[in-house]
Design a protein around this ligand. Structure first.
Ligand SMILES: Cc1cc2nc3c(=O)[nH]c(=O)nc-3n(C[C@H](O)[C@H](O)[C@H](O)COP(=O)(O)OP(=O)(O)OC[C@H]3O[C@@H](n4cnc5c(N)ncnc54)[C@H](O)[C@@H]3O)c2cc1C
Length: 362
C-alpha cells in the first residue's frame, strides 16, 4: 500500500489547480484519462476560454445555480486575480468579445503546460494517469483507494458527466455517495436546442448564422428570459450558438416540468438574403423547442453534489472528515463565457491553500 498525505482524484482545472497549491504535504494526483488537464484541452474550441474579465458581482450573475456558495472563494481568488495569477506565471492572456479571456497563444495547451510544469518542478506532487478510481473506503482515519493507495485527506475533483470520452460517467458522484453524500438530478446544460418545426426540419436555413442577434424565451407563452449581443446558428436539428447555449439551462428545466417552450429569434442589423422574406413580416421568428442535446454534446452538467453538504470557505465535506469536493462534480453551474473554468480554478486554489495548512481531524 502506497501512503500519501493527500490524494486528489481528477486533474481537470479544479484538481490540477488544487494540487499545485499544496506545498508541504505529499500529494498524489490520480487521473483516469491518459493525459492531465481534464476538459481544459477541448474547452473554448481548443483555445480554453479560461475566465471572464468581470468584477465579482457581474461575474456571479452568470453563475446560474448556487452562485452565493462562491462568494468566499471569489473573495480569496477573484476573477481578476486569476488573470494576474496566469500573467505572473508567464502564461500570457488576451481579452476577446464579451470580456472572455483566452491564452495569447490561442491554445488550451498553454494552460495545461503551465500546470504540468509546476508539477514537474515540485518535489511533493506525484501523478498517475490512466488510473481509474473505482473504490474508496474510510477506515482508521485513512482513505483507502482501490486497495492500493492510502491518504489522510482526499479531494474529489471528478467533474461532470458530459463529453463521455473525457469523463468517467458518474463514478465520482457514486463514490461520494458511498461516503454519505447526495447528488441532485444530473441533466445536460449549455447545449444546443432541438425543434421539430418545419422551418428547421425542411433544412432551408441550415448553416445560416445571424450575427449579433437576440433570443427571447417564452415558457407557457410568457416571456421569461432574454439573451442578446451574440450569434444564433441554424442547424439540421434546431439552433445553436452562444445565445442558444445560454438559454438551454432554463429551457431544459421548463421542459422537465412539462412546460411548453418557444424561442423568439430577433436578428441583428445584418439579415442574410435567404432569411430576409421570413423576417420582413414580423421582424422575428418563433421556434418551438422540444428538447436540448444530451450529455454527448452538452458543455456542462447541471446538478451534482448538494452544496449544503460542503463548507464554502474550504470545500471541506460536512459529512465526512478530511474529505474535500471541488469543481463541476458540485451542484453549481454557469453560462458559457469562461465562467465555469474560472470558478473551478478558484475553488481548486482555495481548497489547495486550505489543505496546505489543515490539520486532519483525528
Ligand atoms: C467541449 C467543452 C468546451 C468547454 N469550454 C469551456 C470554456 O471555454 N470555458 C469554460 O469556462 N468552461 C468550458 N467548458 C466547461 C469546463 O470545461 C468544465 O466545467 C470544467 O473542465 C470542469 O472542471 P473540473 O475540474 O470540475 O472537471 P473536468 O475538467 O471534467 O475533469 C475531471 C477529471 O476527473 C477525472 N475523473 C473522473 N472520475 C475519475 C475517477 N473515478 N478516477 C480517476 N479520474 C477520474 C476525469 O477523467 C477528468 O479528467 C467546456 C466543456 C466542454 C465539454
Amino acid at each position: 500500500m502506497q501512503i500519501y498525505d493527500v490524494i486528489i482524484i481528477g486533474s481537470g482545472p479544479s484538481g490540477i489547480m488544487c494540487s499545485v497549491q499544496i506545498k508541504n504535504k505529499k500529494v498524489l494526483l490520480l487521473e483516469a484519462n491518459t493525459t492531465l488537464g481534464g476538459k481544459i484541452k477541448v474547452s473554448g474550441g481548443g483555445r480554453c476560454n479560461v475566465t471572464n474579465n468581470k468584477e465579482i458581482e457581474p461575474f456571479l450573475k452568470n453563475v446560474v445555480k448556487n452562485n452565493k456558495f462562491l462568494y468566499s472563494t471569489f473573495q480569496n481568488m477573484p476573477p481578476q486575480d486569476l488573470i494576474n495569477f496566469f500573467e505572473k506565471n508567464n502564461v500570457k492572456l488576451k481579452e476577446e468579445d464579451n470580456n472572455r479571456i483566452f491564452p495569447e497563444e490561442n491554445t488550451s495547451q498553454a494552460i495545461i503546460n503551465y500546470f504540468i510544469g509546476e508539477i514537474h518542478k515540485s518535489n511533493n506532487i506525484n501523478f498517475k494517469t490512466d488510473y481509474l478510481v473505482e473504490s474508496i473506503i474510510h477506515e482508521n482515519n485513512q482513505f483507502i483507494i482501490n486497495d492500493q493507495y492510502k491518504a489522510t485527506e482526499v479531494v474529489f475533483a471528478t467533474g461532470g458527466i458530459t463529453y463521455p470520452h473525457l469523463s468517467q460517467k458518474d463514478i465520482g458522484h457514486r463514490l461520494l455517495g458511498d461516503l454519505g453524500h447526495k447528488t441532485t438530478d444530473l441533466v445536460p446544460a449549455e447545449s444546443p436546442l432541438i425543434s421539430n418545426d418545419s422551418i428547421i426540419t425542411d433544412r432551408t436555413f441550415q448553416g445560416i448564422t445571424l450575427i449579433d442577434s437576440q433570443i427571447e424565451v417564452f415558457i407557457n407563452q410568457k416571456k421569461k428570459y432574454k439573451f442578446d449581443g451574440n450569434n444564433v446558428l441554424f442547424t439540421h436539428f434546431g439552433i445553436t450558438g452562444p445565445l442558444a447555449l445560454k438559454s438551454s439551462h432554463h429551457i431544459k428545466e421548463a421542459l422537465n416540468n412539462q412546460k411548453k417552450v418557444k424561442v423568439r429569434v430577433i436578428p441583428g442589423e445584418h439579415i442574410p438574403k435567404k432569411m430576409q422574406d421570413i423576417f420582413n413580416e414580423t421582424g422575428y421568428i418563433d421556434i418551438n423547442i422540444v428538447d436540448i442535446k444530451g450529455f454527448n454534446t452538452a458543455f456542462l452538467t447541471n446538478g451534482g453534489i448538494k452544496v449544503k453538504e460542503v463548507e464554502n470557505k474550504t470545500f471541506k465535506s460536512k459529512i465526512q472528515d478530511n474529505l474535500y469536493i471541488i469543481g463541476e462534480v458540485l451542484d453549481i453551474n454557469a453560462y458559457t463565457g469562461g465562467f465555469n473554468i474560472a470558478l473551478c480554478l478558484s475553488e481548486g486554489y482555495t481548497c489547495g491553500q486550505y489543505i496546505n495548512t489543515s490539520i486532519p481531524t483525528e
